[in-house]
Ligand binder design. Structure first.
Ligand code: NDP
Ligand code: 2IT
Length: 449
């Protein structure tokens, strides 16, 4: 390996030894950009990689709130303002009990590259809390969001840092966060958060954007290999925002989605998933995916147990991990390959372990990397910001057409980078290289900061 790269990887591992997800994300990026680093001896003198790896700022704060029983609960809040080279810090907020600094930093680091790929003026950030929204009343969610924003507001702004949703943060939470921000600031600054409801400044098609974008990317990737989506079988993990709209677009493109999941288990419906039923369970009732059996007695439910993820044991042409990081590990990759999978599209962030990705690629499975294939969400957030600045709304069709063009261009960039370095359709490396080149150019232009 290139000496400079090796030195940076070693130092990063030593400095962050308690942050496995962060180290995983850095390792994947750095090892895949080696051909570019090898062409640029000057990077070492300006510590380009060291500066790219270290977040510009990490904010950690207390979030006290009172539950319905009158008990005071204290959660931990985070905002990692990773990199502002290309625009205001931009990235989602995750509310999930697993949230810690390692997960926040891996997500923030990946966000820089993803946002660079969109071609839009947005830097990279991530934030969230170890708060668990499951089982909380609407009032508890509101009180938590208000307390969270009471600290976060001083660090964000429409030209500074623009949060949005992620796991556990959807339209309801963004509404409560926005209301509290507006109240504290005594001003309507629409572009301070994205993923807003369309009645008060949100963008049409933002809700659908990540899942739709994933399928646009998949269409382009398969098309480059003369494969058509029509008639293909698709399995999807998760049943949240990304999973639901990936399913909707896959179905409208003529594919047959047969499985979806949540953290307890997965449903398999050989007749094809009834998405209205899933939306009712998840978007309206905030229930469990198992409830699907109440209206579809012929469907099967497989409880999650052991190391394998049951959703990846089902035979499929296309697998779309849309739940969380490292949800598709080597055992799952082996199951998918044994069942003849053609392509894996990452809707979630870093859903495949490095070992799983390598195994899939070695077995000629096309892998659509998260930084590229799920970039449609943040790209549409940037379109929401531009509408807020213009004080104007685009139609659904206009936003969707822009999203389609952006995803098509992102695939082209991944393919061109892979071709340039002779990487045999390794779009994972292609995405990292294409994004890195833009960031490196901006870093060189802006001096040592
Ligand atoms: P949601 O909260 O809407 O849905 C998350 C889904 O994933 C739920 O079905 C949830 O199940 C499941 N899930 C979450 N954590 C775990 C876990 N530890 N193990 C198993 N299942 C889990 O989130 P989103 O759909 O917004 O996000 C899904 C993924 O997509 C995340 O990786 C996120 O970072 C990524 N992403 C999201 C974007 C967006 O615009 N929202 C944009 C780009 C990427 P359960 O309800 O049981 O917890
Ligand atoms: O991971 C992601 O790209 C998101 N959660 C969306 C971020 C955003 O700012 O829309």
């Amino acid at each position: 390996m290139n000496d400079y790269l090796e030195k940076v990887l070693d130092e990063t591992a030593k400095k962050n030894e308690t942050q496995p997800e962060f180290l995983q994300a850095v390792h994947e990026v750095l090892t895949s950009i080696e051909p570019v680093i090898a062409q640029h001896d000057e990077y070492e003198n300006i510590a380009l990689l060291e500066r790219m790896i270290e977040p510009e700022r990490v904010i950690l704060f207390r979030v006290p709130w009172i539950n319905d029983a009158g008990k005071v609960i204290v959660n931990r809040g985070y905002r990692v303002q990773y990199n502002s080279l290309l625009g205001p810090y931009k990235g989602g907020l995750r509310f999930h009990p697993s949230v810690n600094l390692s997960i926040m930093k891996f997500l923030g680091f990946e966000q820089i590259f993803k946002n660079a790929l969109t071609g839009l003026p947005i830097g990279g950030a991530k934030g969230g809390s170890d708060f668990d929204p499951k089982g909380k009343s609407d009032n508890e969610i509101m009180r938590f969001c208000q307390s969270f924003m009471t600290e976060l507001y001083r660090h964000i702004g429409q030209d500074v840092d623009v949060p949005a949703g992620d796991i556990g943060v959807g339209g309801r939470e963004i509404g409560y966060l926005f209301g509290q921000y507006k109240r504290i600031r005594n001003a309507y600054e629409g572009g301070v958060l994205t993923g807003k409801d369309v009645v008060y400044g949100g963008s049409l098609a933002r809700k659908e954007a990540t899942g739709y974008g994933l399928m646009f990317f998949m269409r382009e990737m398969l098309g480059a290999h003369n494969i058509c989506l029509m008639g293909k079988t698709v399995t999807i993990s998760g049943s949240g925002n990304v999973a639901i709209y990936a399913c909707e677009k896959a179905q409208s493109m003529g594919a047959k989605v047969v499985a979806m999941s949540d953290s307890n288990g997965c449903i398999y419906d050989e007749n094809g998933i009834d998405l209205d039923c899933v939306k009712e369970i998840k978007e309206v009732n905030r229930g469990r995916i198992k409830e699907y059996l109440e209206c579809h007695q012929n469907a099967k439910y497989i409880e999650k147990s052991g190391i394998e993820n049951p959703v990846w044991t089902i035979k499929t042409d296309i697998a779309l991990p849309c739940a969380t990081q490292n949800e598709l590990i080597i055992e799952d990759a082996k199951n998918l390959v044994a069942n003849g999978v053609i392509a894996v599209g990452e809707g979630a962030n870093m859903p495949c372990s490095e070992e799983a990705t390598k195994y899939l690629q070695e077995h000629k499975v096309l892998v659509a990397p998260a930084k590229a294939s799920n970039a449609g969400g943040v790209a549409t957030s940037a379109i929401e910001m531009s509408q807020n600045s213009m004080r104007f709304y685009h139609t659904f069709e206009e936003v969707e057409a822009k999203l389609d063009t952006i995803m098509t261009n992102i695939f082209k960039a991944c393919k061109e980078a892979s071709d340039e370095f002779g990487l045999n359709d390794n779009y994972v490396a292609g995405a990292n290289i294409a994004a890195f080149k833009k960031l490196a150019q901006a870093m060189k232009a802006q001096g040592i900061v």
